[in-house]
Design a protein around this ligand. Structure first.
Ligand SMILES: *Cc1c(COP(=O)(O)O)cnc(C)c1O
Length: 454
């Protein structure tokens, strides 16, 4: 960008307004070189088992190694690139085939490119005028997810996390039964009570506290030996709550519990909800992806009877974090009614296009990332059949792991008839673990095969 000649310079408060706001050439060069670095140090090394998962340092040591201080003067190009290099070096390579942790299933290249694109375009999906493509993409993805749930009609929104989706659902259910809550707040409400299983995700408790329902009004229903909610116990608890004058309004069932990977019996739970007029929310943040597999979707049998579903494609389906949808049954426009604030500066009703595409008022956020796009790109690249294969492979791998644990000396399967999903706590600390720990050896001894592509 050329500087304007002094003659045409617009000077206000000593600032030349029609000069460049930034050094464009330096900026472009930096982006180019940093992209190359990301390509070399992150993407190309992502699947290389000879690379380390992490260059681990304890916090105090890491603080010394990284230059975290922000100073008055900006730093030069080479220094900034060095900083980028350091950040990559000391970060955990979550795409590494030997990285085993909650949430992650490996690197999806198509979702990654979608992320690069949206980072570069920097859209926000509140209005169609700002994000025409991404608004339509979100609509298309939600429609398809709704089909997989088995609803004739539905609505939805992508949220920053399954936890937030659960909170949305809780608030929607409350709004459905007590719509005055939006204007009048909590003062006019009876003592609300909701039901979930002992194995539910902790976000249920957080949501209850955040929404002013209170954690004591979350009733944790007993589960069977496999971690599934017992519908008869649920019904007993509902009746008990009614007896003491509380107002039951919501059941939050889980499809794929966090620790045991259990799937609550949705059909039977839906019966209880129907009998007692309760909103059924299914937290399928994790297990929802099984809907894409003809082989495994029966795990969520009855999900079409839910009023709302939380489903995170960023887990088993490997869309980048975060990619989480809340889906709501029917065409009641409940999301919009519940959340809209009708900001006149943003959601004008007299725009030059169909303003029903201004979907932002369905959200409690203002600016919102186009998370659906990551999933859309992957879906486009793999097709529904490819996604199905991804789910089948993930489940086959977990089955393989179970068999390996059974065979392997020093390991103990904590639960017979292991659920086919599960992460986390099913390994008992073994002698080998203790040995490796005391010798400081790499603790990642998990068996082959690598999880590439699952
Ligand atoms: C992962 C998970 C969540 C939380 O989702 P975030 O996107 O991490 O907020 C909630 N419920 C269940 C069952 C989950 O597996």
């Amino acid at each position: 960008m050329a500087f304007p000649s002094m003659k045409s310079a617009v000077l206000v408060d000593g600032v030349v307004l029609n000069g460049p706001t930034t050094d464009t050439r330096a900026g472009e060069k930096f982006v180019e070189e940093a992209c190359r670095l990301i390509m070399e140090e992150v993407v190309l090394k992502a699947t290389d088992v000879n690379e380390k998962v992490c260059e681990w340092r304890p916090p105090e040591q890491l603080k010394q190694l990284l230059d975290l201080e922000m100073r008055d003067a900006g730093e030069p190009h080479d220094r900034l690139l060095k900083l980028c290099r350091d950040v990559i070096h000391f970060s955990v390579k979550t795409n590494h085939p030997r990285f085993f942790n909650q949430l992650y299933a490996g690197l999806d290249y198509y979702s990654l490119v979608a992320r690069f694109m949206t980072e570069a375009l920097n859209p926000s999906v509140y209005t169609y005028e700002v994000s025409p493509v991404f608004v339509l993409v979100e609509e298309a993805v939600l429609k398809k997810m709704i089909e997989f749930i088995g609803w004739q009609e539905g609505d939805g929104i992508f949220n920053p996390g399954g936890s937030v989706s659960n909170m949305y659902a809780m608030n929607l259910a409350r709004y459905k039964y007590w719509p005055d809550v939006k204007e009048k707040g909590l003062s006019g409400l009876p003592r609300l009570i909701l039901f979930t299983s002992e194995e539910c995700h902790y976000s249920v408790k957080k949501s209850a506290s955040f929404l002013g329902i209170g954690t004591e009004n979350v009733c944790f229903v007993e589960t069977d030996g496999r971690g599934k909610m017992i519908p008869e116990e649920l019904e007993k608890q509902v009746l008990k709550a009614r007896k003491v004058g509380a107002a039951p309004f919501l059941v939050c069932a889980t499809s794929g519990t966090t620790v045991l990977g259990s799937f609550d019996p949705l059909d039977e739970i839906a019966d209880v909800c129907e009998r007692h007029g309760l909103w059924l929310h299914v937290d399928a943040s994790w297990g929802g992806s099984a809907l894409m597999s003809r082989k495994h979707r029966q795990l969520l049998h009855g999900i079409h009877r839910a009023n709302s579903v939380a489903w995170n494609p960023h887990k088993m389906l490997m869309a980048g974090i975060q990619c989480c949808a809340l889906l709501v049954k029917g065409k009641s426009d409940l999301l919009k009614k519940c959340y809209s604030a009708k900001a006149s500066y943003l959601f004008q009703q007299d725009k030059f296009y169909d303003v029903s595409y201004d979907t932002g008022d369905k959200s409690i956020q203002c600016s919102r990332r186009p998370d659906a796009f990551k999933f859309w790109m992957t879906w486009k690249a793999l097709g529904t059949l490819g996604l199905e294969e991804r789910v089948n492979r993930a489940l086959a791998l977990s089955r393989y792991l179970v068999e390996e644990i059974k065979k392997r000396e020093g390991f103990k399967l904590l639960m017979e008839n292991m659920p086919i999903f599960a992460f986390g706590t099913f390994l008992q600390a073994s002698e080998r673990w203790k040995r490796d720990q005391s010798s400081g050896k790499n603790l990642m001894w998990w068996p082959q095969p690598s999880r590439r592509g699952c």
